[in-house]
Ligand binder design. Structure first.
Ligand SMILES: [Cu+2]
Length: 172
């Protein structure tokens, strides 16, 4: 019986540890524009604004190779959709770009007038992920969108995991 209780405590501790692990441990993979892929009629500026790119992350371009490619250039060339002779051109249809250093990166599609028609992406890669904002006390009925609300939601998840784990152990 004692060992079963210890097991429950161990599982609870593990669940809490997982729930509160800082996000910076995990490198992210960003599929460009998510479901829409690398294609026409996507607002890449809006997409990039919803993402956080950090050194160690990977950018993935998914597209049909007959319609698109991925040309990487400098900022000035990006502005005028100019493909230089030394530009990096990727053509696999599923290009994985390692974000190996901090700073700006510029990509566009070099086929037809796709770049002029908006198939172009500018991102800023951060050295490290900024620290998560700290919850402030007192907590006066926080809306779910603020950090304290998220923390509480996370705690709720952890508690649910612990409950599930404990229930699983008790039926053994
Ligand atoms: Cu294209």
């Amino acid at each position: 019986m004692a060992s079963k209780q210890m097991l429950i405590v161990a599982i609870a501790a593990a669940a809490l540890a997982v729930a509160f692990l800082p996000g910076l441990v995990v490198a992210s993979e960003h599929v460009v524009s998510d479901d829409k892929g690398w294609a026409l009629y996507v607002d890449y500026t809006a997409w990039a604004e919803t993402k956080q790119f950090v050194v160690g992350d990977t950018l993935v371009f998914e597209y049909g190779i007959s319609s698109h490619n991925v040309v990487e250039v400098s900022g000035p060339d990006f502005l005028i959709c100019h493909q230089t002779d030394n530009a990096v051109v990727r053509t696999s249809g599923e290009d994985r770009v390692a974000l190996d250093k901090a700073g700006r990166r510029w990509f566009f599609c070099g086929i037809d007038n796709n770049c002029e028609n908006g198939v172009k992406l500018k991102i800023t890669v951060l050295e490290t992920a900024p620290p998560a904002p700290q919850p402030k006390a007192p907590l006066a009925a926080p809306p779910l969108s603020n950090p304290a609300g998220k923390l509480q939601a996370r705690f709720g998840e952890a508690a649910a995991m612990v409950t599930t784990a404990a229930a699983a152990v008790l039926v053994l």
